[in-house]
Ligand binder design. Structure first.
Ligand code: DUC
Ligand code: ZN
Ligand code: ZN
Length: 467
């Protein structure tokens, strides 16, 4: 299965790359294929897809008074088990930090530890002259996308003038500008008012980050992109009104793109409101505190989001994998929802969760591959090497069994370093059987067969998705 369609074929991998995609029954110099090769993976009756690419992860990111609980080692191993063979993780520049120092620090964290290939985006939280110069240097190093924030004052927030300057630079050097689009000033007031009124439970995280804050910021980011000519990629879109802003910009011919995440397709604010357990009481809802927040199902956001995947108003699905444990991390926000570290861990489940959209008739099989692999590759300058099964591409291939089954949960198939699962109880009518990364089987029936350090840094090119 490629994004362009499906067919029957034998795939020959030689060393690290795909050598040929052959009609079934083809011979090699007169010999049948199976007897001419070292290893045969029998995929009869199963789907063979290009390895998943999760273009939005935060491994061991210092954030919210703690650090995301998956290391590059544990997080990429979980990704591999779930059928993802590449990630693009975020280097963080906090205020007063030097961008290039951070770039080198992230290389040190990742090098030798990853199960799968990895690239980087760069977060800019301090747009000053040296940061702008560093953008050009990073593009040359294969870090060709930069994320800015319209929320998180004192942590990530840039003002509109700083965003304008960074976008101007992106327009010059060809980078994709990524935006966390929420109006932080409005949110900060709503959070204070809620806490002053004694509303402390996790549900109020979502209540104080309304869709208006997302729609407004999305629109503002689009206007800054329009003014500067920079390509804009809006991360973790959750509000249907934000989708409509992106769709309108695309209709006008702009290079504006949107990413959503499984949590915005499946989970809702109402479910967070109803969450309760013996152990945590209504603090149970902290398991689903992320930003942008889960949205109201009654308002129809989830339905609209699935629809946008069909119409290509939203182009791809990443996880925003940002895991925290309940004990010792999420519980920093007991009695004050604003202190709950923001994030959900899903890197292991994205391929499965999106396949369930095929099972339920929401997306087609090729569209599944496009959303989880091909468009991420094109968007972030990896296509040809990644995101497609064709001669010359890396041998990143997943055998997916539509007759298999996957039960998701912390004590079931979960390999992420978290003491809970945001996806407890989800059942998938399919299963990741075999994962091949650059020609090596790293996951099969017996489990994980790879090693930390198998994954290499991906020096990315410019986006191949621009008009
Ligand atoms: N949102 C999250 O939920 N976590 C990390 C940062 C972000 O923008
Ligand atoms: Zn964000
Ligand atoms: Zn993120």
């Amino acid at each position: 299965v490629n994004a362009t369609g499906t067919g029957q074929a034998d795939i020959l991998i030689d060393g690290e790359t795909i050598a040929a995609v052959l009609a079934p029954g083809s011979t090699l110099l007169g010999h049948d294929l199976a007897s001419s090769v070292d290893t045969v993976v029998d995929a009869a009756g199963k789907y063979v897809i290009p390895g998943g690419i999760d273009a939005h992860t935060h491994m061991q990111m210092p954030f919210g008074g703690t650090e995301a609980s998956d290391t590059f080692e544990t997080g990429t191993r979980a990704a591999a088990i779930g059928g993802t063979t590449s990630i693009v993780d975020f280097i963080v520049q906090y205020p007063d930090q030097n961008v290039l120092d951070q770039y080198h620090a992230w290389h040190e964290k990742a090098a030798g530890n990853c199960a799968i290939d990895y690239g980087f985006h760069q977060i800019l939280s301090d747009v000053q002259d040296s940061s702008l110069t560093a953008m050009d240097e990073l593009v040359a190093e294969g870090v060709t996308s930069f994320k800015l924030f319209m929320a998180y004052k004192g942590v990530f927030l840039s003002d509109d003038g700083q965003i304008l300057r960074a976008f101007q630079r992106g327009a010059e050097n060809g980078a994709v500008m990524m935006m966390h689009a929420e109006n932080g000033a409005m949110i900060d007031v709503l959070v204070k008012q809620a806490l002053d009124a004694g509303h402390t439970s996790p549900y109020w995280h979502g209540m104080t980050r309304p869709w208006q804050a997302e729609e407004e910021a999305t629109h503002r980011a689009i206007m800054i992109a329009d003014l500067t000519g920079a390509p804009l990629y809006v991360v973790h879109v959750s509000a249907k009104q934000a989708v409509d802003q992106i769709a309108a910009a695309r209709d006008r011919g702009m290079n504006v793109f949107g990413e959503t995440c499984p949590q915005y397709l499946y989970l809702s604010l109402e479910e967070q409101l109803g969450a309760s357990s013996d152990e945590w009481g209504d603090f149970e809802g902290a398991k689903w505190v992320c930003s942008t927040p889960l949205r109201s199902r009654a308002e129809g956001h989830q339905h609209h989001m699935w629809q946008s995947l069909r119409t290509n108003d939203i182009q791809m699905v990443s996880t925003d994998h940002c895991p925290f444990c309940m004990k010792g991390q999420k519980d920093l926000g007991l009695g004050d929802f604003s202190k709950i570290p923001n994030g959900i861990g899903s890197v292991e489940h994205r391929v499965d969760l999106m396949y369930q959209g095929v099972v339920t008739g929401k997306i087609s099989l090729p569209r599944w591959v496009e959303l989880i692999s091909t468009t991420p590759a094109r968007m972030f300058g990896l296509y040809g090497r990644k995101g497609v099964i064709q001669p010359g591409a890396d041998g990143d291939v997943v055998v997916y069994d539509p007759n298999g089954h996957t039960s998701i949960g912390v004590n079931k198939t979960h390999h992420m370093n978290m003491d809970y699962s945001a996806w407890e109880g989800f059942e998938i009518d399919g299963h990741v059987d075999t994962v091949i990364s650059r020609g090596r089987v790293i996951v099969d029936d017996g489990g994980y067969r790879g090693r930390a350090g198998d994954g290499q840094f991906l020096k990315r090119g410019l986006s191949q998705y621009l008009i």
